[in-house]
Design a protein around this ligand. Structure first.
Ligand SMILES: Nc1nc2c(ncn2[C@@H]2O[C@H](COP(=O)(O)OP(=O)(O)OP(=O)(O)O)[C@@H](O)[C@H]2O)c(=O)[nH]1
Length: 892
């Protein structure tokens, strides 16, 4: 297997084993070692390829996971001792060395205390993070002990770093303003872009690892002697050399064997992939054209050349024709020529395996040189340094010392291996035929670095990059696992609070409905029955000649004397009717109180059934608004708006009966309730007949007789009680039939007349209120018309029922009166209660729906957070494993 990595045998006529040892310039006894190195290289290369693929898979997974769960970009900060609060009950006296403050770019103000930990797995460590609040003291102590023997894991981004200008120096205000600019999603997008570019770099690295050839980039400051150095390696003056800056192209020097043994120059065409066998991809030129092609090109157009050279030297001496791997030497433009050139060189260094940096011993490292080297050392731990033009330096030791100090600064690992990697030579002298041991030593080291230590020169950069990316992923995964754990806790906590509320509300929904229905029905029934009681008692009192209800502003009129008896009867009628209005008002006031109690109780039910945090009904109930007229938009008074019911027609409430002209009409019957007296003496059919007459308004013969007698007695200047008058007529008739009686008739009649006159004078003032009251009570059923109006307009049915009791048993108008008012007041009560009941029900239903959706949301969050937590933990572990593979692959 190792053989396949040796240079194509067609180009090397010697046998394998001889070639391997001889070409490498090693003794035959070292042959075994070379093969071992090749074997190890292949093994390491395969591991690295696996690690590369594993890393790509993980990065791709993070990208797609980033779409469903926004991956957060974390920052870890050391804490100052005084800011640290120990967890309650902790006896720890000193702060945990791995304790950090975890913040996120999208919310820098919020910090989570975490402890980094590195569980030992197969001898390697991979980072995990635990919230301090989730850790027990023993765990803290164990971590501390563990840490004392180990290195801290990487906790800062190296490759996936986003330039968000965040850091320990940013003030709280800066952070706060940053939050508004950098939302979670935009940071996630930036991270996605960073991952994408890292993925494309991994692709390049993979190609490089798979590529059996090695690319050696020769770069350095302008005029430092790069072309001279390449010529010295080739022992030919091929690359144009000038005292003034001249190289303005990338010249990639290959063994002519790769071009069928022909020495020539291929100028690559832009935009097409170069193929040595496809002339369409390049322009063929001769070596003598090289100077013309390389020198003075436009700044924005640096041609790429393939220069094929036949190195006539033995494979043991030649770098190009080495018999092991295809090597290409790239002569690049000087770094500090201008920006365009420098940037181009910077970008090329990513795809090459070995950087040979040529520095003039006269100038040491310039600023651009240091910048380039610092950048290159991020990936390439080892850099081959050629300190050129060394012969002309007088104080060579000082030059060595100063150069080495600088090397140590930008690449400590190169400094460690300085004997092999840093060479002080004179390239120009190497082109002379005389011996140049320093350059020979450099050449041997470079051959060894490129050929034998390929794992160091070719694989190490890949491994270094991979380890950095994987450490970043571990950090990212660990921090996001903390976020997911916190979100999981939050969701679980929210669920534990909201779920019981929803369950309670679900079970209580029915009982709330029952309570509300009962409350409404009970209050309406109470209002109706109170109305009945009040009005029924009012009618009873009326029939006894008393005010329906006691009222401070209402009293029975004084009896003015017999001469104003009609006026008295009219006034009595008006006062009694007004008192009936008061009774209705009293019934309404009682209903107001009942409704008010109902409203308060419903509010209490709201407090009982509505969960905390739900806004209560803040509307204030105004009882006075019940049974009130409201004005319409046009200013017309409506008998009812919103269900107010008007008793008393267009006169409105409270001035109903007492203002109705037909009710105020006073007749002789208010003085002598003739039918009433007749009922006491005649059979029931007569009673009905009389009542019928009264109702129809057509007096019968009897009532006419009564009327006639009343009129007669009034004409005589005296009033006689009806009962006495009738009795008198009956007795007189009986007496006239006997002779004895005829004798006594005249004196008896005279006495009777006197008695009757006395009775009228004394009794009549007392009987009028009773008579009028009884008559009003009887008239209640015949009221014409009483407007019963609801919010939907007049209700004909009620109108009729009240008007003539059509639906009721005839003559039961009083019952109808009670029913209509009980129903009216009940309706108004129900209307108010129903509104507040509806409000409470809707609040309850809305709150239940909201909490149900909160539960659904929290369940979804919990599910997502649990999945994310498990996912990040799994990715963290997997990344740790891949990192181990990547690190194993780097053994030189
Ligand atoms: N004495 C001495 N002169 C050298 C050495 N190397 C290069 N020079 C001279 O330095 C000058 C520049 O050499 P180049 O090889 O063209 O330098 P370069 O770095 O390729 O130049 P650019 O490609 O233009 O950046 C030439 O005059 C060389 O002769 C050396 O090792 N010793």
């Amino acid at each position: 297997m190792a053989q396949s990595y040796f240079k194509a045998r067609v180009a090397s006529p010697v046998n394998d084993s001889f070639a391997d040892t001889a070409f490498l310039g090693l003794g035959a006894e070292k042959q075994l070692k070379v093969e071992d190195v090749q074997e190890a290289y292949i093994e390491q290369k395969e591991k690295l390829v696996a690690a590369l693929d594993g890393t790509k898979t993980i990065l791709n997974e993070i990208r797609s996971f980033n779409r469903e769960w926004v991956v957060r970009y974390p920052t870890l900060r050391e804490q100052s001792q005084e800011n640290v609060e120990e967890p309650a009950g902790s006896s720890a006296t000193k702060r945990h060395p791995l304790r950090r403050s975890l913040t996120f770019a999208d919310n820098p103000a919020s910090e989570t205390e975490v402890v980094l930990s590195s569980p030992i797995r197969r001898g390697r460590r991979s980072m995990t993070m635990t919230c301090l609040s989730d850790m027990k003291e023993e765990q803290l102590n164990a971590e501390e002990a563990d840490d004392s023997e180990s290195l801290l894991p990487t906790s800062e981004f190296q490759v996936l770093r986003l330039d968000l200008k965040l850091g320990s120096h940013s003030s709280a205000n800066d952070s706060a303003s940053l939050v508004s600019q950098l939302e979670k999603n935009s940071i996630a997008n930036l991270l996605d872009e960073r991952i994408t570019s890292s993925l494309s770099h991994l692709d390049k690295l993979r190609l490089r690892v798979e590529d059996t050839s090695s690319k050696v980039l020769v770069t350095g400051d302008l005029n430092s002697g790069k072309s001279t150095f390449v010529n010295a390696l080739l022992r030919r003056e091929v690359m144009p050399v000038d005292q003034q800056p001249c190289t303005t192209a990338f010249c990639e020097v290959h063994d002519a064997a790769e071009n069928g043994g022909t020495e020539e120059v291929h100028v690559l065409k832009e935009g097409v992939t170069y193929d040595v066998r496809d002339e369409a991809t390049f322009t063929r030129r001769t070596l003598s054209d090289l100077e013309e092609i390389v020198v003075d090109n436009e700044e924005d157009h640096l041609p790429k050349l393939k220069v094929y050279l036949a190195d006539t030297r033995a494979p043991s001496e030649s770098l190009l024709n080495n018999g092991v791997v295809d090597i290409s030497l790239i002569d690049a433009p000087g770094l500090n020529r201008d920006n365009t050139h420098t940037t181009s060189v910077f970008s090329r260094q990513e795809e090459i395996d070995v950087v040979v940096f040529v520095v003039s011993s006269e100038n040491h490292f310039t600023l651009s040189a240091k910048e380039f080297l610092l950048n290159a050392s991020k990936e390439k731990a080892y850099i081959f340094i050629v300190v050129n033009k060394f012969n002309q330096i007088k104080n060579k030791e000082r030059c060595r010392r100063l150069v080495m100090e600088q090397v140590k600064e930008f690449s400590p690992q190169t400094y460690e291996d300085a004997e092999d990697l840093v060479h002080f030579v004179d390239s120009a002298a190497a082109l002379q035929p005389c011996a140049n041991p320093a350059f020979d030593d450099l050449e041997s080291s470079l051959r060894s670095f490129v050929l034998v230590k390929r794992s160091k020169s070719k694989l190490q950069p890949v491994s270094t990059y991979l380890v950095k990316v994987l450490s970043d992923i571990e950090f990212l995964a660990a921090a996001n696992a903390v976020v997911a754990t916190t979100e999981l806790h939050n969701a679980t906590e929210e669920l534990s609070q909201v779920k019981p509320v929803v369950e309670k509300m679900k079970t209580e929904s029915d009982s709330l409905n029952t309570d509300l229905t009962n409350e409404e029905d009970d209050r309406v029934s109470a209002a109706q029955s109170d109305t009945r009681k009040i009005l029924s008692s009012a009618l009873d009192r009326l029939s006894k000649g008393l005010l329906s209800v006691e009222h401070p502003s209402l009293s029975m009129p004084e009896y003015p004397g017999i001469m104003s008896i009609f006026d008295y009867a009219r006034e009595v009628r008006r006062v009694l009717l007004a008192s009936l209005d008061d009774a209705i008002k009293l019934a309404e006031d009682t209903a107001r109180t009942t409704t008010s109690d109902g409203v308060n109780h419903i509010k209490e039910l709201g407090d009982k059934y509505l969960p905390a945090g739900v806004e209560r009904n803040k509307r204030v109930f105004i009882p006075e608004a019940m049974f009130c007229l409201r004005r319409t938009a046009k200013g017309r008074r409506r008998s009812s708006v919103g269900g107010a019911i008007v008793a008393g027609g267009s006169h409105g409430l409270g001035i109903g009966f007492a203002q109705r002209p037909e009710l105020l009409e006073t007749t002789f019957l208010d003085l002598f309730d003739f039918p009433y007296h007749l009922w006491s003496h005649f059979e029931s059919d007569e009673k009905a007949k009389a009542k019928e007459e009264e109702e129809s308004g057509m007096p019968s013969a009897l009532s006419l007789t009564g009327l006639g007698l009343s009129a007669m007695t009034m004409l005589g200047g005296q009033l006689v009680g009806l009962r006495g008058m009738i009795e008198c007529v009956v007795r007189v008739t009986q007496l006239l039939e006997s002779e004895t009686a005829k004798k006594w008739a005249a004196p008896v009649l005279g006495a009777l007349t006197i008695g009757l006159a006395g009775y009228v004078v004394v009794e009549l003032p007392n009987t009028i209120p009773r008579t009028v009251g009884r008559r009003i009570r009887a008239e209640i059923g015949n009221l014409q018309p009483v407007m019963i109006v609801s919010s939907g307009g007049p209700r004909k049915k009620d109108y009729k029922r009240y008007a003539n009791g059509e639906d009721e048993e005839k003559g039961n108008g009083e019952e109808t009166f009670l029913n209509v008012h009980a129903e009216r007041i009940g309706q108004e009560t129900r209307k108010v209660l129903r509104l507040i009941v509806w409000d409470l029900k809707s609040r309850f239903d809305k709150a239940l729906d909201e909490r149900k959706s909160e539960v659904r949301g929290a369940e979804e969050e919990e599910k997502k957070a649990r999945k994310a937590k498990e996912w990040f933990e799994e990715v963290g572990k997997r990344t740790g494993d891949v990192r181990e593979t990547a690190m194993l692959g780097s053994v030189a």
